[in-house]
Design a protein around this ligand. Structure first.
Ligand SMILES: [Zn+2]
Length: 508
């Protein structure tokens, strides 16, 4: 589907003639009149929605997981332009446990000011039906008739005044139907994993409020799956209380202070430390844990020396810069050998935020087959908005999707076993790495160890139980266990043991 729309865009871009510009003016003014956008300076709408967590699906081939966004309210001031959205959510924490209500937190609001020039934020204004028509009227749009799934549209295209990190203008394409309603708007946003990521929003079931047309249904998708869905219950043109709607609660109020909340725009943008300083510690001859200083928020990787190459476990977490630092540190610790394999723990965005840098090095990314197509598609997308090391390398990504529940790397000097974890809710195709001779094991996203002396939780932590069960099932003989996530923020090198994990579960 994404490919069809990219092709459609190329066609639209090819006909930027004067005649098309004239036609575009007519199409835009007809739609603006029909939708009540003439004289519209601001809007307020509300309903019930859901937010999809980009890059964090439990299976790489399934939709992003949705979290309810109840009491969803958005106001847009087109004159500034600025926008504020708030919602409430009642959800189970990712680590398990009882569901909790979240409201007024950075995760349940979005404030876009004119100073927020990131397209990831601004696009939330310009891809709305009304913002799109205003943007098209102000930015020399062109038009081309287009048939999509047998339905005729006028496809209107304009370039936003904002430029991408690579200097490209951000393109916006809107599909106007026979009733002069904006039915779909698309744009492209740079993303470290998905490259030039398609962001598209469908606007369906239009209703009328004193001449203002608004869609009762909104579905926004990023990288193919919904990242926002809503049933809009009502909308008002030029609300009298605009100022109040646009103003976050005063500092000291819950979640106030006007911080530019990232959700949903920043969802899935892996944390990107500015200048990560990687270091390594030798755990056994030719086996290095690569950490980062300062340790807070760090992800560990493992570099393993073979006779004629290096293998990395968790080669591309967090960001491109972090992946590059891990690769450089592996080369420093084990000089004069190529890095041939990079085994990812699982496909989640925070564990693959730098995977493009790994592909750029010609390292074969190894993962269970369930994750292969997802990674190949992501790493094969155009990367023109923010050309990164992968775009510059012009390399085809190498991804090995292994079948079955294990992949063993072995030569005369070393054995490293990769096992697919069974029974884990967090992610399908999550693997642990095991060095049988060195009795070292590495894992990600199954559990965090509670502080010493914490009573055994009831019910027990699911991930810890799954972990202990898999160690038993595979009969692994382990002395040292490394978590990709720091077990202790003061000491990112802290390791754990089977005994400690079993004790946290109240098992002998
Ligand atoms: Zn994860």
């Amino acid at each position: 589907m994404a490919k069809v729309w990219i092709a459609a865009l190329a066609l639209v871009g090819a006909v930027a003639s004067t005649a098309a510009a004239q036609d575009a003016k007519t199409v835009i003014s007809s739609a603006s009149r029909a939708m009540g956008v003439d004289g519209l300076n601001s809007i307020h709408y509300y309903g019930v929605g859901a937010i999809g967590n980009l890059g964090q699906n439990n299976n790489a081939n399934q939709p992003w997981p949705l979290t309810a966004a109840n009491d969803y309210v958005r106001a847009i001031d087109f004159a500034q332009p600025a926008s504020r959205a708030t919602w409430a959510t009642y959800a189970i924490p990712v680590t398990g446990g009882a569901a909790a209500l979240a409201q007024g937190t950075p995760q349940t609001q979005q404030l876009i000011t004119p100073q927020n020039t990131a397209w990831g934020q601004q696009l939330e204004i310009w891809i709305t039906p009304w913002g799109f028509l205003k943007g098209a009227a102000a930015n020399s749009a062109t038009v081309r008739p287009q048939t999509v799934n047998g339905k005729r549209y006028q496809a209107v295209t304009f370039n936003a005044p904002l430029k991408s990190p690579g200097g490209q203008p951000y393109r916006v394409v809107g599909y106007i139907n026979g009733d002069n309603m904006v039915e779909r708007v698309q744009t492209w946003l740079e993303h470290p994993i998905f490259g030039d990521m398609l962001v598209e929003a469908d606007y369906l079931n239009y209703r009328d409020n004193y001449g203002l047309k608004y869609p009762a249904r909104i579905i926004q998708k990023r990288a193919g799956w919904p990242t926002f869905e809503a049933f809009i219950l009502g909308a008002h043109a030029n609300p009298a209380n605009l100022q109040a709607l646009m103003t976050p609660p005063a500092a000291g109020g819950r979640g106030g202070g006007g911080a530019a909340a990232g959700a949903p725009a920043a969802a899935g943008q892996a944390g990107a430390p500015a200048a990560p300083a990687a270091y390594s510690e030798q755990l056994a001859p030719g086996v290095f844990r690569i950490g980062q200083k300062p340790a807070a928020g760090t992800y560990s990787a493992l570099a393993i020396e073979f006779a004629d190459h290096i293998l990395l476990y968790e080669p591309g977490p967090q960001s491109l810069a972090r992946a590059e630092a891990i690769i450089a540190e592996a080369r420093r610790a084990i000089p004069n050998k190529p890095i041939r394999y990079g085994v990812i723990s699982h496909h989640h965005a925070d564990h693959t935020g730098g995977i493009a840098a790994v592909a750029a090095e010609g390292i074969t990314i190894v993962t269970p087959e369930v994750n292969r197509a997802y990674l190949v598609n992501a790493l094969s997308a155009p990367r023109t908005l923010a050309p990164d090391a992968l775009a510059k390398s012009k390399r085809k990504p190498l991804v090995e999707g292994f079948k079955g529940d294990r992949r063993v790397f072995q030569d005369a000097t070393r054995t490293f076993e990769v096992h697919v974890v069974q029974g884990l809710p967090h992610a399908d195709g999550n693997v642990i790495g095991y060095l049988p001779k060195e009795r070292i094991l590495i894992y990600a996203d199954m559990f965090n160890l509670p502080p010493a002396g914490t009573p055994v939780p009831n019910p027990p932590v699911v991930g810890s139980g799954v972990f202990a069960d898999n160690i038993e099932r595979l009969k692994l003989n382990v002395d040292r266990i490394i978590s990709v996530h720091a077990l202790d923020q003061q000491n990112d090198g802290r390791m754990t043991s089977v005994k400690e994990i079993r004790a946290s579960l109240g098992r002998k």
